[in-house]
Design a protein around this ligand. Structure first.
Ligand code: CDP
Length: 228
């Protein structure tokens, strides 16, 4: 483990491998991992379950504000509890995936979730993945990583994750491209690399190679901080 505790931001488009990479880096460096996308998904899931109007920014902001997010430290890492319950697998469902970018586009929702996320980085040693971590949530992070990969490769990875068949590939490419477009073109905290982010194209790299690259950058940052 490194002798210094870093805060690391990992951003990038859908299917770039952010959560697998962030989890592995957290394990290697003894950091606390937080998947911020799960929070946006949880609010979207609640709205769809209870029939809230997801087209109304004020309603969605109130729903986010009324949602209790807690983190329980377990041996395997930090577990997110929403309103006292473990995350429901429904947050990864197609309907949530299709609607989450709309819900995440509202500043009323983002301001609530951003505050909760920032409370976690008051102590050092946190790695978060999302869309706006390096630009908005943790602009002072010691290391910012922006993961990309071409659309075909990202769709293939998602297909493997979902255990789908090859015929689903083109539909998946379309829905990923659509979500990326919504996330990148929204007014508030759009998906984009921070000016000082390390950009890693993972198209030709496996998980281990990406993790090793990030660990090398983390080591370099630690060495620099110790010299100062
Ligand atoms: O894992 P995947 O790439 O499918 O997405 P996710 O990280 O679970 O995030 C789901 C959605 O939440 C994204 O498409 C964004 O619309 C939103 N999100 C965001 O706006 N800001 C974040 N920091 C994290 C997620």
């Amino acid at each position: 483990m490194l002798p210094c505790q870093l805060n690391i931001a990992v951003d990038g488009p859908a299917g770039a491998g952010k959560s697998s990479v962030a989890r592995a880096v957290a394990d290697a460096l003894g950091l606390t991992y937080l998947d911020t996308g799960a929070m946006y998904r949880a609010v979207t899931w609640k709205a769809l379950q209870s029939g809230y109007d997801i087209h109304d920014a004020e309603t969605m902001g109130a729903l986010a504000a009324g949602t209790r997010f807690e983190w329980r430290q377990e041996q395997t890492g930090l577990t997110l509890l929403v309103d006292g319950d473990l995350l429901h697998e429904g947050i990864r469902s197609e309907s949530v995936t299709a609607n989450v970018s709309l819900v995440a586009s509202y500043e009323t929702v983002r301001s609530v979730l951003r505050d909760r996320q920032r409370k976690l980085c008051t102590s050092r040693g946190v790695i978060m993945d999302g869309r706006d971590i390096g630009t908005v949530v943790m602009p002072g992070a010691d290391l910012k990583v922006f993961l990309t990969a071409n659309l075909l490769e990202r769709a293939k990875r998602r297909l493997r994750e979902l255990g789908g068949s090859d015929e689903e590939l083109s539909g998946l490419m379309r829905s990923i491209a659509e979500r990326d477009d919504k996330d990148s073109s929204r007014e508030h905290s759009p998906l984009r690399p921070a000016p000082d982010a390390v950009i890693i194209d993972t198209t030709e790299l496996n998980l281990q190679q990406v993790v090793e690259l990030i660990l090398r950058h983390a080591n370099a940052v630690c060495a620099m901080e110790q010299e100062e």
